[in-house]
Design a protein around this ligand. Structure first.
Ligand code: ATP
Ligand code: MG
Length: 859
């Protein structure tokens, strides 16, 4: 059902109306969250169509995600009918792909050019670096990849960059060489990487004025949502497509035009040498005659959250400078949230320096208060969230589909997912993979399964060459063939690798793998816990070391997920001290399988996602979890003002997604890198006025015990770097001097008594008796507690395959941590792959870290 132009304006406020009906000069709409920016864009498109001012083919609308694009197309279709389908509503990347597929000839590309995703382009860069003989320790391919991506986002090509490199800078020299070689390889392969899609399109439009003109004639209306998150290349692309002249480029074009005309007129007009000059004159001339397209951008500087990908608020702040004739419209009424939610969000963002003050208000009334909850642990937090969702359903008729749970980093989803699964609340994880479907988690579990079951061919083959150990498809085929011939399992064939008759190199590689698995099975047979076996598998295989050596942020989050899996295993042993690897795997299989809960009774499913992914969306009920300094704001932002500002904007985005109910939760103890850490409240919570909050619980049980308790800590380690920690903390002391709380993996902090025991190491080389910790929590009054800790660890000989590359640290050493920055070692416990160091990171606090999982390097 089509809507008339008049209909489309109904219900809009005067500013929104103006934004929808404005014509001519470039239009900038800046406004806070939920003020109807996206709605205005949608209505504007519909209005242009309804009045007959534009045909659908003349519209190019750019959104940030494919999901947002689909939603916008849907909304326009609702407003104007199926004509909407021929409109270009897409992300920057897909718009560029469409353009490049049409114009491939001009660039000498095949129309079927390939697009390399991140993994492809990483692999290519690795190859290039190897060919150039670059030392991966000094010049890690991933670092090069990231830098090349940054350069492309800045539209700096390989030649431009090479010109800026000085002889003294060897890293940049390597970078320049790798950049050039990488581009050459892409060219040969008729491939473009993700960043190239944008940069190449910009290049196309700049180098071929006639092509640019075509698109300018075609797209009379260019509309961009979330403009605050465009990077430089995207910004230039918009400019080129809209053809809206800023003074600089007008002059540029006129100069070309004049020169071309002069040149043609002054010389021999008929026989001007070279068609190129004429071509240029022709297109430059017509460029001048194409009336500029109408450019509309909408954004909110307070919601700029992609600086790490090169996005720059500058694009929005300086729009008026770029386009002096631009009309700016401010929207101030928020239609999404209640006043309490808005007040909380406004209070958080108000603390950012250098921002334009906004006056966002709502006519929706105060609404429910923002609910706060301080959990004892990440589990307790998850439990609270699940119970709330349940009771909202029972008491308020809230459906799962109305609810969203946000977290700062993907690794946080695991504890939440597990509780949702257990309580049967259907959910989906958006923009990330469910915990047990993540590659690194699947790889690690494949190791465990292959250890538990030597005949598990699927899992053995999954990890055969993971991490890379030079076992290729041919070798794998040879093993499989041998297995078939001998009528034995793939695993059995592996063990008889010497009989297969493979070339020496392959045989050596397979032998290494067989030995690795043999050693791990021996460890499992010796009674090691699932967590210990997991650690050994990740260490001895080199899996963890490879991830840790990478400087790709994605790999850092992979390490976090593995640490999380370690925590799952440790927890399992706590609940079932007698449980072995097979029991653990059974448990995991059940949980991982329950991942496939179908959507039931039309109530939709709870949406879980990182805050970054939540941009632009809205939900009746929102839980923002992990509001702790060090989680959200993220640890690495704490010492950096501009990063902290970005975290604050991220918090603003998170809070403003809520329509009716907002929950803010934090955990007093959170496990990260496999270690429970005491977490202070997020500073963002401090900014929220008390009168909009309803604290269900303001202090955790463990925090209540502050000052009273000592925990116990003990460790023993034995052969193969095997390690058993004495868990158990019964609380902790404020001055952070006791030995127990951070490392204790027991649940001592909760419940009426905390108690943990740690058995020691094992193995042939020695036996360690572990520490013992006990604590009792009094209900009121001053608490007293005892903690006996410091187990003795009898270490045997370290296993031959050794442990991961763990820095050996001593008190007083200076270290650097990827997130916490520089620090000084104040205590060391344990040794080798099981060592735990207590490190003072100055303003980032004192941390106790299990070194194997922590990105720490000695300075
Ligand atoms: P964000 O900054 O989060 O992207 P936004 O400014 O794009 O937010 P929208 O998503 O367009 O805001 O609008 C927020 C909500 O308010 C939507 O549910 C929208 O339908 C509603 N809304 C916007 N304007 C009006 C209006 N004039 N009357 C009624 N509802 C409105
Ligand atoms: Mg929006």
């Amino acid at each position: 059902r089509r809507r008339s132009a008049q209909d489309l304006l109904e219900g809009l406020n005067p500013q929104q109306k103006e934004a929808v009906t404005h014509r001519g000069d470039p239009l900038l709409i800046i406004a806070g969250a939920g003020s109807g920016k996206t709605r205005v864009l949608t209505h504007r498109i519909a209005h242009l169509l309804a009045t007959g001012e534009a045909r659908p083919g003349e519209i190019l609308a750019i959104t940030f995600t494919n999901k947002a694009a689909a939603e916008m197309r849907e909304r326009v279709e609702e407003l104007v009918g199926p004509a909407a389908r021929v409109m270009w509503v897409s992300t920057f990347h897909s718009a560029c792909v469409r353009i490049l597929r049409r114009e491939h000839k001009a660039l000498g590309l095949r129309s079927s050019f390939s697009i390399y995703d991140a993994a492809d382009s990483q692999r290519l860069m690795q190859l290039v670096c190897k060919e150039l003989n670059l030392d991966p320790k000094k010049v890690p391919p991933k670092a090069i990849s990231n830098k090349v991506s940054d350069l492309k986002n800045e539209l700096i090509d390989a030649d431009d960059f090479a010109r800026t490199v000085t002889e003294s800078n060897s890293f940049d020299q390597a970078l320049a060489a790798a950049y050039r070689a990488y581009q050459e390889r892409l060219r040969q392969a008729h491939a473009l990487d993700f960043d190239d899609l944008i940069a190449t399109t910009v290049h196309l439009l700049r180098a071929f004025p006639a092509i640019a003109e075509n698109y300018r004639r075609r797209f009379r209306h260019v509309l961009v949502d979330e403009y605050q998150d465009t990077n430089h290349a995207q910004y230039v692309l918009v400019k080129e497509l809209a053809g809206v002249a800023n003074p600089e480029s007008v002059e540029g074009r006129l100069a070309t035009w004049d020169e071309a005309v002069d040149g043609a007129a002054g010389d021999d007009p008929a026989g001007a040498p070279g068609g190129a000059a004429q071509g240029a004159a022709g297109s430059a001339g017509s460029v001048g005659r194409v009336p500029p397209g109408q450019l509309t951008v909408v954004g909110d500087a307070d919601q700029s959250i992609y600086a790490f990908r090169g996005a720059t608020i500058r694009n929005i702040l300086e729009f008026e400078e770029d386009y002096p004739q631009a009309r700016t419209i401010l929207l101030e009424q928020n239609y999404r949230s209640t006043q309490n939610i808005l007040s909380a969000a406004n209070a958080v963002i108000a603390r950012n320096p250098d921002r334009r003050k906004k006056n966002l208000w709502t006519a929706q009334g105060a609404g429910a208060k923002v609910i706060g909850y301080v959990a004892d642990s990440d589990h307790d937090e998850a439990r609270f969230v699940a119970e709330e969702i349940d009771s909202l359903g029972d008491n308020e008729g809230v459906k799962p589909g109305d609810v969203a749970i946000f977290y700062r980093t993907n690794a946080q989803s695991r504890a939440l997912e597990e509780v949702l699964i257990r309580t049967g609340i259907p959910y989906k994880v958006v923009g990330g993979t469910r915990f047990y479907e993540r590659k690194e988690v699947k790889d690690a579990i494949a190791y465990l399964r292959a250890i538990a079951n030597p005949d598990d061919a699927v899992n053995l083959r999954r990890i055969l060459n993971v991490p890379k150990r030079a076992i290729g498809d041919r070798t794998e085929g040879a093993i499989a063939w041998f297995a078939e011939r001998e009528r034995i399992s793939f695993g059995a064939a592996l063990e008889r690798y010497e009989e297969i008759g493979m070339p020496a190199r392959a045989s050596g590689a397979v032998g290494g793998f067989a030995e690795l698995m043999f050693g791990l099975r021996e460890l499992a047979a010796s009674g090691a816990t699932p967590a210990e076996i997991l650690d050994a598998a990740l260490d001895r295989s080199g899996y963890l070391a490879e991830l840790r050596a990478s400087d790709d942020p994605q790999d850092a989050s992979r390490v976090e997920n593995l640490a999380e899996l370690h925590a799952v295993a440790a927890e399992f042993s706590e609940g079932e001290p007698e449980g072995d690897l097979a029991d653990f795997l059974e448990r995991v299989a059940l949980v991982a399988d329950a991942d496939q809960i179908p959507e039931h009774d039309g109530g939709g499913v709870v949406t879980m996602m990182t805050v970054h992914t939540a941009k632009g969306l809205e939900f009746p009920v929102v839980f923002v979890t992990g509001l702790e300094d060090g989680t959200f704001p993220h640890q690495r932002s704490l010492a950096d003002t501009s990063e902290l500002s970005e975290e604050r904007r991220l918090a603003y985005v998170a809070l403003t997604r809520a329509r009716e109910r907002l929950y803010l939760t934090r955990a007093a103890l959170r496990t990260s890198y496999g270690m429970p850490n005491q977490m202070p409240a997020s500073r963002f919570l401090d900014d929220i006025p008390a009168d909009v909050m309803d604290w269900r619980r303001e202090e955790s049980a463990t925090e209540a015990m502050r000052g009273g308790w000592g925990g116990g800590y003990g460790s023993g380690y034995g052969r193969g770097g095997g390690y058993r920690s004495g868990g158990g903390y019964g609380g902790y002391e404020t001055d952070d001097t006791d030995g127990g709380y951070v490392y204790g993996s027991g649940s001592g902090g909760r419940g009426s008594s905390g108690r943990g025991t740690g058995a020691g190491g094992y193995g042939s080389g020695g036996y360690g008796s572990g520490g013992y910790g006990s604590g009792r929590r009094g209900s009121t009054g001053p608490r007293t507690g005892v903690g006996s800790g410091g187990g003795t660890g009898g270490g045997g000989a370290r296993g031959k395959s050794g442990a991961a590359d763990v820095p050996s640290l001593a008190i007083g050493d200076r270290v650097n941590h990827d997130s916490y920055g520089m620090g000084t070692v104040v205590a060391v416990e344990g040794a080798g792959s099981s060592s735990v160091a207590k490190i003072d990171f100055g303003s980032a606090g004192t941390k106790r870290l299990l070194l194997r999982y922590s990105p720490v390097s000695k300075l």
